[in-house]
Design a protein around this ligand. Structure first.
Ligand SMILES: [Fe+2]
Length: 393
């Protein structure tokens, strides 16, 4: 936005000179305020903005350089010109060097040169002003954009968390122990990864999601097998051992979970190659799955099970160290053991807090939701284009 009125403040203690300057500038179309006293001129600067100001060098009370320095404090954006007799030039150099002055003009002046200089001063002011305005616009737009991006990220995060929660909860409808076990283990696994020096946020998230969804393939295992109270026979075991692969296949359909699906596929592998389904060994097993195995072992030992009571942290650590190198990655076990018990208890308490809240809210998933999901899982090859009847609330 350009400034309509071009306001010029001139200061000179010699009346005739001040008058001559005023006439010259007014004839050129500027709105001129003329002051014979620099103190008076400073007062004028306090009252309203001027784009350009021209001051004499030799004045009573203060020099032109002192005056311009004070004027700069009052209106830093104003373009300042110094008008001086030739013999004062050297004294004015200081003011020029401090950046207080746009141009220095000699007295007596050449009219064309004087008007040219003042015109340039106004144009410079206009350009700087435009620059200030554009910078302010860009800054405010950048802030808006950053806020918008933050909002979008938060939305994506929230929806992702909801989706994952939903997926884990689906499994919980069949096997009540799973949900909190999965949540604890996912947090434990992430913590071990951090301890091992993984800092990449995306990688940590992948490892955490893979651990959270490790048993999601159990959705495809029949009740007769999954919930069987007694020991499984060979065929039943074969069906149970399908769950890493089923989980992997399920997650292939969801792009942002494809990396995490590798953890799901390999979560039952053992470091020595005696696991399943791929019988992979050592580094052939993705890091997330190796870390998961440590977290899972710890959680299994330190949680109550239908057939035995929870054991102590120390007992769990002893057992993990015993199987380091066979069942578990020794580096991952070492990373786990390098953190104190309090760290793991803290994570456990965090997760349990969420479970207590849910109990308090009393939200129980309706059985029909489970039935519908299971039916869809059985007919895996038929894509569901419409929600099954009765699913909508
Ligand atoms: Fe599993």
């Amino acid at each position: 936005m350009s400034v309509e009125v071009e306001r010029l403040l001139i200061v000179d203690d010699e009346g005739p000179i001040l008058f001559a300057l005023q006439r010259t500038f007014e004839a050129a179309g500027y709105q001129v305020t003329a002051c014979a006293d620099p103190v008076d001129a400073l007062q004028k600067l306090k009252e309203r903005p001027y784009q350009v100001l021209s001051a004499d060098y030799m004045m009573p009370g203060m020099t032109g350089a002192e005056f311009l320095a004070k004027a700069k404090e009052l209106q830093p954006e104003t373009i300042r010109i110094l008008l001086t007799a030739a013999h004062d030039f050297s004294a004015a150099v200081d003011a020029i060097n401090r950046g207080d002055i746009f141009r220095i003009l000699s007295k007596p002046w050449n009219r064309a040169e004087l008007l040219g200089c003042v015109r340039q001063a106004f144009d410079t002011y206009g350009l700087r002003e435009k620059n200030r305005q554009l910078t302010a616009i860009v800054q405010s737009q950048n802030q808006e954009l950053a806020a918008l991006n933050k909002g979008l990220e938060a939305l994506v995060d929230e929806r992702t968390t909801n989706l994952l929660d939903g997926m884990v909860a689906v499994l919980d409808y069949r096997d009540t122990e799973t949900q909190w076990h999965s949540r604890r283990v996912s947090r434990f696994t992430r913590r071990i990864a951090e301890q091992l020096g993984v800092t990449d946020t995306a990688e940590l998230r992948t490892i955490e999601m893979g651990a959270l969804l490790h048993d999601i393939g159990k959705i495809g295992v029949r009740d007769a097998v999954l919930l069987k109270p007694g020991p499984l026979d060979a065929d039943e075991w074969a069906e149970m051992r399908e769950h890493p692969h089923l989980g992997w296949a399920l997650l292939q359909r969801i792009e942002f979970l494809r990396e995490a699906s590798k953890v799901v596929l390999q979560h039952q592998e053992r470091f020595d190659g005696n696991g399943y389904p791929g019988r992979f060994k050592g580094d052939q097993i993705v890091l997330g799955a190796r870390l998961f195995a440590v977290a899972d072992t710890y959680d299994a030992i330190t949680s109550d099970r239908p057939y035995r009571k929870a054991q102590s942290h120390d007992a769990a650590v002893a057992e993990m160290q015993r199987v380091a190198g066979t069942q578990l990655d020794p580096r991952a076990v070492e990373a786990f053991c390098s953190l104190p018990e309090a760290e793991w208890n803290g994570i456990r308490r965090d997760v349990e807090k969420i479970s207590l809240l849910e109990k308090e809210w009393g939200w129980t998933p309706p059985k029909r939701v489970f039935d519908i999901v299971r039916e869809a899982a059985l007919k895996q090859k038929q894509p569901i284009s419409q929600p099954p009847p009765g699913l909508a609330p």
